[in-house]
Write a protein that binds this ligand. Structure first.
Ligand SMILES: [Zn+2]
Ligand SMILES: [Zn+2]
Length: 349
């Protein structure tokens, strides 16, 4: 079968022929219907080097995947060949307290996981291939009616990651509140929709690109602010009574976006950094609003994926996608790097 593999750090992935995977006991092979191309894959190709992560190449890319059950290993029950499924992509140890409640993205015993703090497409072989070996059937969530694998794939990361970030701030997103989304790309355009579908907050979107602000408007954002020197004042002015944002979700994570997030926040607010641009934010007693909570988040849990897929199946959250055949996956990454993709690029083997 074909697979798009990262063979070493700081290199472009290559499409190669590899052996078809065979499921061992408890494992499942999925025929890939869609594999999302994520910005973090670009970081894998360009920036990471040996020793930075507990895992490394060679492996097949693609960590947001959905498809159909292709083959079942011994002892797997509750799934049938041909059934459409989404893959929860964080593969933890499976037996710590966190993993037992489906929060494998925060596994407490990552050393016992097949790829510590990784998964398929992140150290182990991912979904940019005809077939994907899933090491345990527990990572699969059956697709609800109304959702196809091509649209479900981006919901497993580009949807699940902002869903988790929004969900943890729900108590602050009451009527009258404001949420700010910085960066309206693959994750940000879904964050806008998730906020509109699950909260009463007014949503303000910020991006450098006019096309991204148009996308935000199409996704239901209430106000659009171009990034730049005027942005802090404009964002604040777009919040109720100018008092600042109750929740800021930063999908970029650079020095400037984090500074914007802090300056736009309201006292008692949440500033959640999701993007991995590697910026820092100096925090001291007088530098940020009182009781502003600042946190990073990583991906989401399996129960949250079930909820995310329900929002997708009911048409409340719809990813804007551009599809590429597997032979053209490199083009998907090039277009993404050039900022030319609206929403998410999905590779369809
Ligand atoms: Zn990702
Ligand atoms: Zn665990």
């Amino acid at each position: 079968m074909r697979a798009l593999r990262l063979l070493e750090w700081k290199s472009d992935p290559v499409l190669v022929e590899v052996e078809e995977p065979v499921p061992g006991p408890g494992q499942v092979v999925v025929r890939v219907g869609g594999a999302g191309a994520c910005h973090s894959d670009l970081h894998l190709m360009r920036e990471f080097e040996a020793g930075l992560l507990p895992w490394g190449p060679p492996f097949t890319l693609g960590h947001e995947n959905a498809g159909w059950v292709h083959a079942l290993g011994d002892g797997v029950r509750g799934l049938e060949v041909g059934q459409p499924v989404a893959v929860h992509g964080a593969w933890g140890c499976g037996s710590c307290d966190r993993c037992r409640v489906g929060m494998e993205n925060y596994c407490d015993d990552p050393g016992a996981a097949p790829a510590p703090m990784g998964g398929g497409g992140l150290g182990l072989d991912g979904g940019m291939a005809d077939l994907l070996l899933v090491p345990d059937a527990r990572h699969l969530v059956p697709l609800p009616d109304g959702l196809d694998p091509v649209h479900a794939a981006p919901l497993t990361d580009a949807g699940l990651t902002p869903y988790h970030a929004v969900r943890r701030s729900w108590p602050k997103l009451v009527p009258g509140s404001t949420a700010v989304v910085i960066g309206v790309g693959g994750l940000g355009h879904l964050a806008v929709q998730i906020l509109k579908a699950t909260t009463a907050a007014r949503v303000v979107a910020v991006d450098t690109r006019a096309a991204a602000l148009e996308l935000a408007a199409g996704c239901g954002a209430d106000a659009m602010v171009p990034a730049g020197p005027e942005a802090p004042a404009q964002v604040r002015a777009a919040t109720a009574s100018g008092r600042g944002a109750d929740v800021v979700l930063d999908f970029v994570g650079s020095d400037s976006t984090m500074a914007l997030g802090a300056s736009a926040s309201r006292m008692l607010g949440d500033l959640t950094v999701v993007g991995i641009a590697g910026g820092t934010l100096p925090v001291s007693f007088f530098s940020v609003p009182y009781e502003l909570s600042i946190q990073t988040t990583y991906w989401g849990s399996r129960p949250e994926l079930v909820e995310m897929l329900d929002l997708g199946a009911r048409g409340l959250v719809v990813p804007r996608i551009t599809t590429f055949p597997l032979e053209k996956a490199a083009d998907a990454y090039r277009a993404m790097e050039a900022g030319e993709i609206e929403g998410r690029a999905v590779v369809v083997p």
